[in-house]
Design a protein around this ligand. Sequence first.
Ligand code: 13P
Length: 252
Amino acid sequence: MSSTLRPLIAGNWKMNGLRASMSEFEAMIAGAPGVTGKADLLVCPPATLIAAFAAKASGSKSVAIGGQDCHPKPSGAHTGDISAEMLADAGASAVIVGHSERRADHGESDHLVRQKAEAAWRAGLTAIVCIGETQTQRDAAQTLDICRSQLQGSLPEGARAGNLVVAYEPIWAIGTGLTPTAKDVEQIHQFIRQTLSARFKDEGVGMRILDGGSVKPSNARELLGVANVNGALIGGASLKASDFLAIAADCP
Ligand code: 13P
């Protein structure tokens, strides 16, 4: 069943993008009708651009907008933070939580990521929860153990196929040009699927599992064709409309 899930092609712009980037986003909207037969499209720009991108996308409805992080609380004295409710208010329909850069740069724990996913749901957003191992953990053959414990700790109870997406992003593959082999991706995504369906039953069978880390037009077709890969979470290659759309076009 999972191989029939509609793919999600999500762009994580990270700390990139100024108002001048609107032209690139407009190019994505212009090209979206050519690929929305194959996949859902989501762009997660920096917070400063969410409202403008959402307003621009609202006419076509072919590209959804997401945030890159949210605070667990809806409001309060948390300088510099953004709540899930604020993201929704700005026009977002999803938010990435637990990205490895947040886990590493801001010391985010599985417990905090879980609270953020719950906050996303409270605001009506889809939570895209990121997991993945470091190079050292991979070398020590701990990949599946790390994924298991991150899934256990970061995913709240009651997750449903409609409000939760898992992104497997091996940290050593992010921004490096390195990617796991298709065989490795197949094994790890199958393990994630088994873990999700054991815990969430039919909902876990229907959850999308994205692949991430140096996904680009030259490797997308192979990675997106792997069983239990239900789309991609793309960093660098999502900054260019032509690359982003080319990846979506490679969905099976
Ligand atoms: P790159 O595609 O630049 O490797 O980044 C992946 C990523 O971290 C997406 O969240």
